[in-house]
Design a binder for this molecule. Structure first.
Ligand code: BG6
Length: 287
């Protein structure tokens, strides 16, 4: 059976490779596991809650309709950090084909507090496809079913599992402007491929549609995003921040992860009534 479901999750197994699978929780429509020929490709904290009591620390949480902490955007400022999509229970809409499933989120799935904090009619659909035994595609469509426009951010907050982050480089980002969240400094730019040896939290703007995550100079993952996703957040908490996070385990786990997060977060996207927006990522694992 390529697709199996229980009350809280759905698993797709690739018909040509029983060792390749992806598991998605109803909670957040969060991808919590992606195995390629038996090897896990996503980092998941050992102490992450998976019971719907807290956003998942690992996998691919979906950030919508705001990125980051409440700030200077009144329409989304009553929402928690990274919005409500990752901490809401989505409806499993079923399978599209033997390797593709969909989940839906609308105001009917929100609790009363969240609904009053973001009072719009909307329909969000997340589609997860195990496109091949070594490729995972995830997409989101956002539709404004209200009579007034709304603003939103979207981010695929992907935690890639890597053998050792200090030997990882991220190519394709040279000379791009970024906001350095660690230093709260805007418009920095760098010439080298990205490497990580300390806390790293940057929002790169106008990023290319393809990024290659390498380990020891060899491609580990190639990530291709739709043109609608203009920005990429690169994050690793390193020692001090990992220590502070109660759901981050083991504490040295930051050595084995890098978040490369495709999205629309440098500014808000405005969607008018009846308009629809789509964004997607396609991740290829090379090893
Ligand atoms: C990243 C942000 O996207 O998410 C970081 O750039 C943040 O600043 C990280 O710390 C994790 O956020 P959270 O809400 O899951 O702890």
């Amino acid at each position: 059976m390529p697709i199996t479901a229980d009350s809280s999750s759905v698993t797709i197994t690739h018909p040509d490779s029983p060792q390749s699978s992806v598991k998605i929780l109803h909670y957040g429509a969060t991808v919590v596991s992606w195995k390629v020929k038996g090897d896990e490709k996503l980092w998941l904290s050992e102490s992450s809650k998976l019971d719907g009591s807290r956003a998942v620390r690992g996998g691919i949480p979906l950030v919508f309709p705001r990125f980051g902490p409440p700030g200077s955007h009144p329409a989304t400022d009553k929402l928690p950090q990274h919005g409500f999509a990752r901490s809401s229970i989505w409806e499993f809409l079923g399978e599209v084909n033997p390797t593709t499933v969909q989940f839906g989120l609308g105001p009917e799935n929100l609790d009363a507090d969240t609904k009053s904090a973001w009072d719009y009619d909307f329909s969000v659909i997340a589609t997860v496809e195990l496109a091949s035994p070594s490729q995972l595609n995830v997409s989101i469509s956002v539709e404004n079913t209200d009579r007034k426009p709304f603003d939103f951010n979207v981010l695929f907050h992907t935690y890639y599992k890597v053998p050792e982050v200090e030997k990882v480089s991220l190519e394709g980002f040279t000379e791009l402007k970024y906001y350095n969240k660690v230093k709260d400094s805007n418009d920095e730019s760098g010439l080298q491929p990205i490497t990580i040896h300390e806390e790293f939290d940057r929002v790169y703007r106008s990023t290319p549609d393809v990024a290659v995550i390498k380990f020891d100079q060899k491609p580990l993952y190639t990530v291709e995003n739709s043109k609608s996703l203009t920005d990429t957040v690169v994050w690793n908490p390193w020692t001090v921040t990992a220590e502070k996070m109660t759901d981050f385990a083991p504490k040295q786990g930051f050595h084995h992860m890098i978040c490369v997060e495709n999205g629309n977060v440098a500014g808000f996207t405005t969607l008018k009534p009846e308009e629809k927006w789509e964004g997607s990522i396609a991740i290829k694992s090379h090893i």
